[in-house]
Design a protein around this ligand. Structure first.
Ligand SMILES: Cc1cn([C@H]2C[C@H](O)[C@@H](COP(=O)(O)OP(=O)(O)O[C@H]3O[C@@H](C)C(=O)[C@@H](O)[C@H]3O)O2)c(=O)[nH]c1=O
Length: 178
C-alpha cells in the first residue's frame, strides 16, 4: 500500500497494491499490520456503505463531535464520485483547507480522514456506492453534525451538476462561523 500525505494535516491518499493476472486482480483493502507500520489507526469499529441512485447526489459535509469523533477510510465500490474533505480543527495548521478528488470503482484509492475533518461527496454516475471503514468513533446520532457543502467560507469547487439530490438536513446547515 502506498501512502501519500494530502494537504490536510493527518489525511492521506492510500493506494492499494494490486496483484494482476489474466483473471483480474487481487488487492488488500485493509491490512492491520500495514496500517500499523504506517502509523495509521487500525481498529475497525464499523463498516458501512451508501448507495446512491442518481448522479449529482450530495451527502455531507459531515463529522461527529467529541467524544465520538471518527477516523474514516473511504473508497468507491461502484460508479464514480467527487469526494471532498474539509479541515474543521481550529488548532490545525490546515484549518479550513479542503482536498477534493474523483474516486471510482476499481481505482484502488482510499482516503484516510482523521478526526475533526468533515467529509462529503457528490456522485458523478448513477448507482454509485461508497464504502466506509470507521476506524475510531461509533455512530452517534446526537453527535452527528455538519456544515453546508456550498458555504462560501469553504470555497469548494464542486463539479457542474443538474438536479442535485440532497437531504433537507444537508441543505439547511447555517453559515459557518469561525
Ligand atoms: C452515518 C450513519 C447513519 N445511520 C442511520 C441514520 C439515518 O437513519 C440513516 C441515514 O443517515 P445519514 O443521512 O446521516 O446518512 P449519510 O448522509 O449518508 O451520512 C454519511 O455521510 C457521509 C458524507 C459521511 O462521511 C458518513 O460518515 C456519514 O455521515 O442511517 C446509522 O445507523 N449509522 C451511521 O453510521
Amino acid at each position: 500500500m502506498n501512502k501519500v500525505a494530502l494537504n490536510i494535516d493527518g489525511a492521506y491518499l492510500l493506494q492499494q497494491t494490486r496483484h494482476e493476472d489474466e483473471r483480474g486482480y487481487f488487492s488488500r483493502s485493509y491490512c492491520k499490520s500495514t496500517m500499523q507500520s504506517q502509523s495509521l489507526a487500525t481498529t475497525v469499529i464499523q463498516q458501512s456503505e451508501s448507495y446512491n441512485k442518481k448522479p449529482f447526489t450530495l451527502r455531507g459535509m459531515h463529522f461527529q463531535s467529541a467524544p465520538y469523533e471518527e477516523v474514516k477510510l473511504i473508497r468507491c465500490l461502484q460508479g464514480k464520485l467527487y469526494d471532498v474533505i474539509l479541515d474543521l480543527r481550529p488548532d490545525s495548521p490546515t484549518y479550513l483547507q479542503h482536498y477534493a478528488t474523483e474516486l471510482s470503482a476499481f481505482d484502488g484509492q482510499m482516503i484516510y480522514v482523521p478526526k475533526g475533518v468533515a467529509h462529503g461527496f457528490m456522485t458523478l454516475q448513477k448507482n454509485t456506492v461508497i464504502g466506509y471503514s470507521m476506524l475510531e468513533g461509533e455512530y452517534s446520532a446526537e453527535h452527528a453534525s455538519g456544515v453546508r457543502w456550498n458555504d462560501s467560507a469553504f470555497n469548494i469547487a464542486w463539479p457542474e451538476y443538474s438536479n442535485i439530490v440532497i437531504s433537507e438536513r444537508d441543505r439547511s446547515y447555517k453559515d459557518y462561523i469561525e
